[in-house]
Ligand binder design. Structure first.
Ligand code: BGC
Length: 777
């Protein structure tokens, strides 16, 4: 990292937007991430319309399409059978949003002339990135350039820019160049495993280009994965009749004589289409048609559509916190970015960094199922379903992977992937995390509990759950004492690898196998034809279902009687405790300063592991268990992973440690806005963003949903005066508003909902749609 980079953001605390009011090149890299616009498919970093200035490491001109990737071989100087062979990585695609003002041959850029005033805002209700700048050319001509940008939430392929130039102290010729920058490449990875890819050189190879009076169509191909990308733009100047047009390499230059105080505007419409979604030959026409439709609608209508989309989103999703603006901003910022990042088409998912940067190469992890999924499940269940559909579509690849891993049946999901290949080149912290299978099953179980959508189970869910459950009987075995053991796996904690009987994995595998047996039996009795179809397709017989029940019943769950805690694995407690007292602050995260073996030899956790099991399998533990486990593992956890603090916050809430619950929550809620992990420039942390929602709903409001039903146990952090959120459960929309003394529950939609408040049963229906309950202290 260069010294002139400032890792702290400079964003004013406002509840519904982020705003900067000065141009600070040192913060550009970071702020570009924060100001990213996205729609679940397209992601455009918040770089200036005119393009970035500044070297690598100071800025990143990034445009991404969720799931649009190339592949590269993974080469191992020391090879071994079954290692991941192919890396899939998200490509940086042409920058089609580029528009720039030129006066007297001088092109506006952040490092030419003088910037006299600058403001940039991203508003969570309008979904617009608005930038206003006053610029003085080197000959003293002053201009105001106001731009508004959107990536259409209701049109997967579309983005639009309004670029308005006003001469402030002169009348004369203003030129606006609207073109496509196809000369883009991916960020180079250094030593940090969390940064970019190994790609060098241009990302895409040009196939054809057409440049018209207002239009551009660029066709390109990926180098290895064989996808076609079509990038189309249409640029429309205001007062078109008085404007001179000149084609440039991949765009147009528009020139007009503009009087002082008058404004010359160009609207630019952009569409991307790729052969991941359609036939090769269809991508070009599709991008063209999308651009034409956007141009016909016009910027104002697109902006109105955007605001309407977001209004609906916030009605269902908003978490309001009274008494802390900075926190409120953090919470909404996180929700907004989750919406911008999540794939909704069943072929894409949500990357660890969303569509905001190249960290983790656009890969999807278990972060989706365990962290992000509940947020969408309870606010946009159809998006949650699309995420599960993605896993269904990944079954063929997961079956192949299982065969490579010597499982004669079943499916093993990749630890990290885009299109289903296992892309983890470091198997101890990758492929070894077999818990991914149980994490997927867990989210399906939660989906079923929250929606009662058994159609989904019959169509797709059951097949996923059954195929993935088979892996446990494949890798597990009974020891001499008749205990079912799972050896040589890595749990969630990546500072401990390749262990026997990781508690989390065993407990989740038990849940998974029990659920699989339940699903099989329910499907057989309620939908025999579907059962017959699935059982036939995967060759499932009754003996297997009995084997799951038996293995679940005999599952070994390590527990240390002396300490009264659940052991993270067979060997964890016999290791030396990490010397925290003598580890300098700058040596965190440990993964950047110590060889993995050094870390693995110690009792030290990167993130919640047993503590995560306490949350996910809540009713399997007594409150005392939870207290002891929390206290023990807290002492040895560094929270070097951004997935950790939110889980500690929730469990702290449950065991009644309000101070810790709040402190851990605060670490999560503004993690990206305050760049506390010092790597937000490479992309936001979507799991932690969703962890913020979990911290409110599961943590402070004590929400749980399991076979026993839906329940809340609300508490109010001393720092707030109240908070409010909504959940959708089985078609009902419930508004939960907590203040110092009680909780108001309102049924906003749906006929009926039963739940418990601090142990007391509550039933709401159309006649009795509101109830106020007292909070337990
Ligand atoms: C964490 C994993 C996580 C990954 C992607 C790692 O640092 O340890 O649990 O899946 O980041 O977010």
């Amino acid at each position: 990292m260069k010294n002139d980079i400032d890792n702290n953001s400079a964003i004013a605390a406002e509840p519904w937007r982020i705003r900067e009011d000065a141009l600070e090149p040192a913060r550009a890299f970071l702020h570009e991430t924060l100001f990213t616009l996205g729609n679940g498919w397209i992601g455009m970093r918040g770089t200036p319309d005119e393009g970035t200035t500044g070297g690598a490491g100071q800025t990143l001109e990034g445009t991404y399409l969720n799931g649009f990737h190339d592949t590269e071989s993974i080469r191992y100087p020391e090879n071994a059978y079954g290692l991941a062979r192919v890396n899939e990585f998200m490509l940086n695609v042409p920058n089609a949003k580029r528009v720039a003002a030129v006066v007297d041959g001088e092109r506006f850029a952040l490092d030419t002339g003088r910037v006299l005033a600058w403001e940039r805002t991203l508003d969570f209700r309008t979904g617009l990135l608005v930038r206003t700048v006053e610029w003085e050319t080197s000959t003293g001509k002053r201009l105001r350039i106001a731009s508004r940008r959107l990536v259409a939430l209701s049109r997967k392929h579309v983005a639009a820019i309004e670029y308005a130039v006003t001469p402030l102290n002169f009348s004369g010729t203003v030129r606006i160049v609207a073109d496509v920058d196809a000369d883009v490449t991916n960020l180079q990875a250094g030593d940090d495993p969390r940064v970019g890819s190994a790609l060098t050189g241009p990302s895409l190879v040009e196939v054809a280009r057409e440049v018209g009076a207002q239009d551009v169509l660029l066709l390109q191909k990926t180098r290895h994965s064989g996808f076609t990308l079509a990038t189309a733009t249409a640029s429309v100047p205001s007062a078109a009749s008085a404007v001179r047009v000149e084609p440039v390499a991949l765009g147009q230059a528009f020139e007009a004589d503009v009087a002082q105080g008058a404004t010359f505007t160009v609207h630019k419409y952009v569409a991307y289409a790729s052969s991941r979604d359609m036939r090769d030959a269809a991508a070009g026409p599709h991008a063209r048609a999308e651009v034409a439709a956007a141009r016909d609608a016009g910027f104002v209508a697109l902006a109105a559509e955007q605001a309407a989309y977001l209004a609906r989103f916030w009605i269902d999703a908003d978490v309001a916190i009274a008494g802390d603006d900075a926190l409120q901003q953090g919470v909404r910022f996180n929700q907004f970015h989750l919406l911008q990042s999540v794939g909704r088409d069943g072929r894409t998912n949500i990357a660890a960094k969303g569509v905001t940067g190249e960290g983790y190469e656009g890969h999807y992890f278990w972060d989706t199922e365990i962290y992000v999924f509940p947020f969408f499940l309870y606010s946009r269940p159809e998006i949650a379903r699309a995420l599960l559909q993605y896993r269904y579509n990944g079954l063929p690849k997961a079956r192949e992977r299982a065969r490579q891993m010597a499982h004669d049946k079943g499916a093993l999901y990749p630890w990290r992937t885009i299109a289903g290949e296992e892309c983890s080149a470091y198997f101890p912290a990758g492929t070894a995390q077999y818990h991914i299978n149980a994490d997927v099953a867990y989210s399906i179980r939660l989906y079923l509990l929250a929606t009662s959508d058994f159609d989904f189970m019959a169509e797709q869910g059951a097949e996923i759950v059954l195929e993935t459950a088979r892996i446990w009987t494949g890798i597990g075995s009974y020891d001499r004492k008749g205990r079912f053991c799972i050896n040589e796996v890595t749990g969630p904690d990546e500072y401990t690898a390749l262990v026997n009987n990781n508690y989390y994995t065993n407990a989740m595998a038990r849940m998974h196998m029990t659920f699989a047996a339940d699903v099989a039996e329910r499907l057989r009795s309620e939908r025999p034809a579907d059962y017959a179809r699935v059982a036939h397709a995967i060759g499932l017989d009754d003996a297997e279902i009995r084997a799951w029940r038996a293995a679940s019943a005999a599952m070994f769950l390590p527990y240390d009687d002396d300490l009264g805690i659940h052991e993270q694995d067979d060997s964890f407690l016999s290791k030396k405790v990490w010397d925290f007292a003598n580890t300098p602050k700058e040596n965190y995260p440990l993964l950047l300063h110590y060889h993995p073996l050094v870390i693995y030899r110690h009792q030290v956790c990167k993130q919640a592991d047993v503590v995560l099991a306490l949350l996910l399998l809540s009713k399997e533990f007594s409150l005392d268990d939870k207290r002891r486990d929390f206290e023990f593992y807290e002492r040895v956890t560094t929270h070097d992973s951004s997935l950790s603090s939110c889980i500690f916050s929730i469990v702290a809430s449950e065991i009644g440690d309000k101070q810790k619950a709040y402190a851990y929550f605060m670490e999560t809620a503004r993690l990206d806005l305050d760049n506390t992990h010092a790597n937000t420039q490479y992309g936001v942390h979507t799991a932690a963003m969703a962890g913020t929602w979990l911290g409110v709903a599961y943590g402070f409001a004590g929400m749980r949903l399991d076979e026993a039903g839906l329940r809340f146990a609300p508490t109010l952090p001393a720092q707030w005066t109240g908070y409010r959120f909504k959940v959708q459960v089985r078609g009902a929309l419930l508004d939960v508003a907590i203040d110092a003394t009680g909780t108001d529950y309102r049924l906003l939609r749906g006929d009926q909902l039963n739940f418990a408040h601090a142990g007391t049963p509550v039933a709401l229906d159309a006649q009795r749609a509101h109830i106020r309950m007292e909070n337990q202290q």
